[in-house]
Design a binder for this molecule. Sequence first.
Ligand SMILES: [Zn+2]
Length: 139
Amino acid sequence: MTQAHCAFCDGPVGVESRETVEHFRPKSRFPELAYQWENLFPCCDMCQSKKLERFDPALLKPDEADYAFERYFVANYLTGKVEPLPGLDDTTKKRAEVTIAMYGLNIEARKIARIREWESYCRDAAPCLDDYSYRFFLA
Ligand SMILES: [Zn+2]
């Protein structure tokens, strides 16, 4: 369903990172959801290690019916950062900020990786978006 990309950062899983299963609502706090399909997401090691057993109801869930990266975030191609979309109402902006913080989406290594991927994508004569990491950043 994610073409071997992490559901949260869209980084690669299975090659550069173990493919793990993220319990969106942590099983330690929501044991009744431990095996519920709607609570499970393919996830990279980095996102897992940043979020751990934390949960905030403001966290954006990537399978929400109206979820789209461009509805909440904007990519900064100079810095590699993912930022809340300007003009969001306070509640929606907080959701974007919580999601960025909880999954560590703007740690230095990720910003550098996004810029490298962007540069590679731009050099590709016939790019296939699914072959790249951070597709939301590139598109
Ligand atoms: Zn990830």
